[in-house]
Design a protein around this ligand. Structure first.
Ligand code: SAH
Ligand code: SF4
Length: 340
């Protein structure tokens, strides 16, 4: 038995078909069945010869995931627990709004970064997700919501840049006309600041959006909040982002969770403003969501307003991100690694 089909990128499926002496259009057909129609078995791929379906089944098996829990928030957000064939489970969220359907997908089962405010980080790392497992999450949400997904954010469980190649392969399947056909600008991936990943991402040709979890522009407090990222210095992060912007010309989104008494005083605001200087960016302020067993509390409304005003006065675009799905533990940072 070879690798399962979900381990392949679009290009990889093309190479496999070529190796097997298949005509060029086969890769396109396989990708359409898998990632446009979302079939769960090779039997359904009616325009492929039976011999090819059998060979695929034997040498690149298609192993579908199942939804083992689904919760609906009073605000319409839905959270799914998806279990893969090896028993590993991850969570993802669908967030409808008037003219959009955003899906927040996971890139790993769990996360190794151990950020102290994050439920995923607390539970540790189990494994990387395959490109097809990332797309499958989105297809599951699309079918259940009965509407086309318009926006994607790689902000579920895991650190995408520690699973770089699989994440890029997934982004390309989301973007491909034969895949989910979602515009690159509508696809965002969020990193806690893995520098080699930011460097590579700068040279990718597509207009995917980069979000960076900053949470503090003061080295000492960032190190406490994000202990594993502590070896990637803020000065180096800024240099990497300037280089990214120079190369790609793309705007960066910063995520800044606001924690009462931890990263929300004037000193932190000034550090944030000076970090943004020289970058074309958008700051998303997110009052921290409650996580079991954590003493962190969200900043007061007046403090959030002070940040918003301060940033705007400096010409830095900033918005307050309303948290959706917190009643079903589906909001940012509340996704747990259920392991296996
Ligand atoms: N690992 C990547 C992407 C997944 S985390 C990253 O860290 O960027 C997605 C977002 O949720 C990040 O910005 C993260 O910092 C934020 N988050 C984590 N815990 C949170 C919490 N308790 N409340 C609000 N946001 C949180
Ligand atoms: Fe991992 Fe992101 Fe959570 Fe940090 S915030 S532990 S990097 S998922």
């Amino acid at each position: 038995m070879g690798k399962e089909i979900k381990a392949y990128s679009y290009e990889g499926i093309g190479e496999l078909m070529k190796q097997w002496g298949q005509p060029r259009f086969r890769a396109k057909q396989v990708v359409q069945w898998l990632y446009q129609k979302g079939v769960s078995s090779y039997d359904e791929m009616s325009n492929l010869p039976a011999s090819l379906r059998e060979r695929l089944q034997n040498e690149a098996p298609l192993l579908p995931a199942e939804v083992i829990d689904r919760r609906v928030s009073k605000d319409g957000t839905r959270k799914y627990v998806v279990r893969f064939h090896d028993g590993c489970a991850t969570e993802m969220v669908a967030i409808p709004s008037r003219d959009r359907l955003t899906v927040c997908f996971s890139t790993q089962v769990g996360c190794a970064m151990g950020c102290v405010f994050c439920a995923t980080g607390k539970e540790g790392f189990t494994r990387n997700l395959l490109p097809g497992e990332m797309v499958e999450q989105v297809l599951i949400a699309q079918e259940d919501m009965g509407a086309r997904v318009t926006n994607l954010v790689g902000m579920g469980q895991g650190e995408p840049f520690l699973n770089y190649d699989n994440t890029m392969a997934a982004l390309r399947l989301f973007n491909a006309a034969d895949g989910m056909n979602i515009g690159a600008r509508k696809i965002t991936v969020s990193t806690c600041g893995v520098l080699p990943g930011i460097k590579k991402f700068a040279s990718e040709p597509e207009q995917f959006t980069l979000a960076v979890s900053l949470h503090s522009a003061i080295q000492f407090s960032r190190d406490v909040l994000m202990p594993t990222v502590a070896n990637q210095r803020l000065t180096d992060l800024k240099k990497a982002l300037q280089a990214y912007q120079g190369e790609s010309g793309r705007r960066i989104t910063f995520e800044y969770i606001m924690i009462d008494g931890v990263n929300d005083d004037e000193e932190h605001l000034h550090a944030l403003m000076s970090f943004c200087r020289g970058l074309s960016c958008h700051v998303n302020l997110i009052p921290i969501n409650a996580v079991d067993g954590s003493l962190f509390q969200p900043s007061a409304d007046a403090t959030v307003a002070m940040f918003l005003e301060g940033l705007e006065r400096r010409g830095i675009e900033a918005t307050l991100r309303a948290s959706r799905g917190s009643d079903i533990a589906g909001a940012c940072g509340q996704l747990k690694n259920l392991g296996r």
